[in-house]
Write a protein that binds this ligand. Structure first.
Ligand code: IMP
Ligand code: MG
Length: 182
């Protein structure tokens, strides 16, 4: 493997591990959404890498859209309020919607987002997440598809950031505590 970033304690999920799992999930989604022309929604910015890999592994016809919401400041704890910073470009009424998320932590972001999208009368709304930190869940929400369950540690890379850094790392790594505990 190429050099590991100096701020990463260790590599939790390698590029290869992620690629293998994304392919598997894409197959499952292909079966689920065959002939349904789903809209896959990329939750900016963190999901962009997972999203790009996932849609290219799927073979069924689909549409894509983007949404930017935030319930996170610059830190490592969820603040609890959802702000829509950029909305979808198309109507989702009667469409099968699949929310593509990078990580579910407290679940607050997705809980509010799913409710908001459901009010627009889609045919269905499901969630696929790259990572699930189950131990931290406080909201009553669970993803329909999960690539990896992970422990309660702050992770970076493969789209995930800390203070807008590290999104370009090709693996998921655990951030050194010294970076945010100063
Ligand atoms: P939730 O609302 O607590 O589920 O927070 C979800 C959002 O928090 C994710 O979409 C990420 O942007 C961010 N987040 C939560 N945990 C991590 C982490 O370990 N690394 C990077 N971002 C995280
Ligand atoms: Mg995010």
């Amino acid at each position: 493997m190429a050099n590991v970033h100096k701020d990463a304690e260790y590599v939790l999920l390698s590029k290869e591990q992620i690629a293998t799992r994304v392919k598997e999930i894409a197959k499952v989604l292909d079966e689920e959404y065959q002939g349904k022309n789903p809209v896959l929604i990329c939750i900016l910015k963190g999901s962009v890498v997972f999203f790009s890999d996932l849609i290219r592994e799927m073979e069924t016809d689909l549409a894509i859209d983007f949404m930017k919401v935030s319930s996170y400041g610059n830190g490592t704890e969820t603040s609890g309020t959802l702000t829509v910073k950029q909305d979808l470009s198309e109507d989702i009424a009667n469409r099968h919607v699949l929310i593509v998320e990078d990580i579910i932590d407290s679940g607050n972001t997705l809980f509010r987002l799913k409710n908001m999208l459901q009010e627009r009368n889609p045919a269905s709304v499901k969630i696929v997440t790259l990572l699930d930190k189950k131990a931290r869940r406080t909201a009553a929400i669970d993803p329909d598809y999960t690539c990896f369950d992970i422990e309660d540690e702050f992770v970076i890379g493969y789209g995930l950031d800390y203070a807008e850094k590290y999104r370009n790392l090709p693996y998921v790594g655990v951030l050194k505590r010294s970076v945010y505990e100063k």
